[in-house]
Every structure is written in C-alpha cells, then in structure tokens.
Design a protein around this ligand. Structure first.
Ligand SMILES: [Mn+2]
Length: 391
C-alpha cells in the first residue's frame, strides 16, 4: 500500500471532541500548559487535519455554563461559520453533568430530587443545542454517578433513577423530533471512587429494561475498559453482537494506571490492531471518535500531530487487518482450527427431543478430540509479524 493511502478520508467518520484537541493540559497536580482556544479556533485547527469529519461537544464546551443568551448567540454564530468554512459536521453531542459543584454527588443518581430534576433540565437544553447543530448521537457518560462510600447511596435506587432519567429524555427526543440515538459510556472509576455501570456490559444489561430500548446503545471507550484490566475488544464485540455499537471512543491507556487518554494505538498496539480489525470486519459505519488528548508538553502544532497521528494509526491498522485477512498462511491455520461437521452441527444447533437423543448417542471421542492441533504460537507470531511490518 502506498504511503498516501494511509491518508484518512471523510468516509471513515473520524471525529474529535472540542475538549480533546482543545485540552489545555491541566492535570490534578498542575494548571494549563496551553492557552485556551475558542470553539471556532478548535474547529479551524481540526480543519487543518486532512480527513477529519466532525467535531463533538459537551454543552459547556461550546457555551460556558453562565453565559448570557447574547454571548451564547455570538459563540454559536462563530462556531457555525467555522464548521462551514472547514467542512466539518457535528455528529454527536453530550451533557457536562460532572464539572459543576452541583453534581459533586451525582446527577441522575443524586439523592436530591431537585438535583436530579436539574440534571434532566440541563440535558434537555443540551439536547436542544446538539440538535441545533445536527447531532444525531447523544452520549451519556455519568462521570459523577457513583460513590466513594456505599453508605451514601443505595445502588439499586441509582439504577432506577438512571433509568427514569433516560426514559424521560428518550420521550423528550421523540417529542421534539430530534431523531437522537442515545449511547451510554461506561467507566469503572475516576473521578468517583466507584462509578455505577462500570463496564459496557452493564449498559447492555440495562438497555432491554428501558422504555425505548431501540433508541439506546453504547459508546465504549478503550481506556475505560483497560483501566479495569478488561479486554476492550471483547466488550466491543458484545456491543456489535447486540446491534448496539452506536458510537466508539478511541484512545489508549496503560493497564492499571490513571485515566491517561493517550493517542489511539500508542500504548497497546496489539489490542488496537484487533479492535480495528473487529470494527472493519463488521463494517462499523458510525463515527470513530478520538476521545483523547495530546501530552501536556505539546504545543498546538504538536496537538495537530496528535490528531493526525490518531487517524493515521487507525488507517495503518485497517491496512494491517486487510493484510492479516489476505495472508494465506494465517488463513490456512484458521481453516485448520475451525473444524466443521454438518451432521453433528445439525444435532447440536437447535434443540429437539429426537435430536437430543441422537446427540447423547453420538460417538464423540474426547481423547481423540483433544489431539486436534491448535498452533496458536505460530498464528500469534504471524500476527505479530504482520503488525511489525515484515509480512
Ligand atoms: Mn469518552
């Protein structure tokens, strides 16, 4: 593949949040290392990154929480112009339900009915704002929905309260004709000691209990599952299999560390490869959102390198996935390990009394079955050689 073929295209739907490339380098131990950019300036920066498709926002990334209506109008006007000038769209919006002190003990799951109501009110307004810019995916990340001590809240009530808020907001979206699809984003901890709905699977279990399950799916994030030591690829596979992968947050993370939000593919290349392969093999066609930020040491030129690098790594890994799928030796091993037997499958695939009797009587020799070859060292080494660029 020629080098220029790694250039991202709009069809890939690569997006960034205002808060990602606009991150000013603040951390719990130090202040900003970069001057803040306005939303319009962030859009201009993304416009300089070839192949970038769109930009996402929390309500307060675009409009400060205490902005006057007049100030809000000016910001929106500049932002809209920048989107047009740079040919970018807004596919996703979300609500900041974590930054303000009012949410210090949760939003939808707060013990205070007035705070729960305020969180729903703020989300309705944020949905209005997202719809104004054409967003069709609405993400819910419950950053403060949790506890440091389980003495503080009833975890069963927390689930009921969260469901109540989502059911209400689904109806609001339908009522307004916004056409949103909701995507829930799990995280096990940080900023709370323990966050409810800790993993993507928690939301996959919640969704069928909602009033509008068809409208609701998930937005898994690499780093959030890796923080919990989980295999992210398997979480995403569960979402794909359930038809619920509405959106995805791509970044990277060393296992067992704080929430690092590193550039996609920069820490765990092999996991990133299998993730891209999974998405490409299953023809994922929703936005590919890079929810990450540049190192604290970077200036804005380097922030652009971060954004371009995120997209380029995905393109390179998509090419590697193609190579893996076309590799004859790899495919030969896959053929060898996938043992098919139509007669026996017809017995075990679907239950019937007669079939069960036949299966009980089938001559399945466990000692012989255990001798089937599984050359996984070879398969894994070939995979690594594709990744290391020597195949
Ligand atoms: Mn995220």
């Amino acid at each position: 593949m020629a080098k220029q073929e790694y250039t991202p295209t709009k069809q890939m739907k690569f997006t960034f949040g205002l808060w990602t490339v606009g991150n000013v380098g603040r951390d719990p131990f130090g202040g900003p290392t970069r001057e803040p950019l306005s939303p319009a300036q962030i859009v201009d920066l993304l416009g300089e990154c070839e192949g970038c498709y769109g930009v996402n926002f929390h309500d307060n990334d675009l409009i400060p929480i205490d902005a006057s209506p007049k100030e809000a109008d000016l910001i929106k006007r500049d932002f809209r112009k920048a989107l047009k000038d740079n040919g970018l769209v807004v596919p996703m919006a979300t609500t900041n339900l974590f930054g303000d002190p009012v949410f210090k003990d949760g939003a939808f799951t707060s013990n205070n009915a007035k705070i729960r109501a305020y969180a729903i009110q703020k989300t309705m307004r944020a949905m209005d704002l997202g719809a104004e810019f054409g967003a069709k995916t609405y993400v819910f990340w419950g950053g403060r929905e949790g506890v440091e001590t389980d003495a503080a809240k009833n975890p069963v009530d927390a689930i009921k309260r969260f469901r109540e808020a989502i059911d209400f907001l689904c109806d609001y979206s339908i009522d307004q004709g916004y056409g949103y699809r909701f995507a829930f984003e799990a995280k096990p901890n940080e900023p709370r000691g323990h966050i409810y709905f800790a993993v993507t699977g928690s939301y996959l279990a919640l969704i069928p209990t909602l009033k509008h399950p068809i409208m609701c799916g998930v937005n898994p994030e690499v780093a959030h599952e890796h923080m919990a030591g989980l295999n992210f690829v398997h979480q995403v596979a569960a979402a794909i299999e359930a038809g619920k992968l509405f959106h995805i947050d791509l970044n990277d993370q060393e296992f067992g560390r704080y929430d690092q939000d590193f550039r996609f593919g920069s820490a765990n290349l092999k996991h990133a490869f299998f993730l891209v392969k999974l998405l490409e093999d299953h023809k994922y066609n929703n936005p590919r959102h890079f929810d990450a930020h540049a190192f604290r040491q970077s200036d804005y030129t380097d922030v652009k390198a971060f954004a371009n690098g995120s997209m380029r790594t995905y393109m390179i890994l998509a090419d590697k996935a193609k190579k893996w799928n076309a590799d004859r030796e790899i495919q030969g091993i896959l053929k060898e390990i996938n043992v098919n037997d139509a007669a026996i499958s017809s017995l075990s695939k679907r239950y019937s009394s007669a079939g069960a009797k036949k299966l009980l009587a089938a001559p399945l020799d466990r000692v012989k079955l255990a001798t089937a070859r599984l050359p996984y060292e070879k398969l894994d080494q070939l995979t690594m050689e594709v990744l290391m660029g020597v195949r």
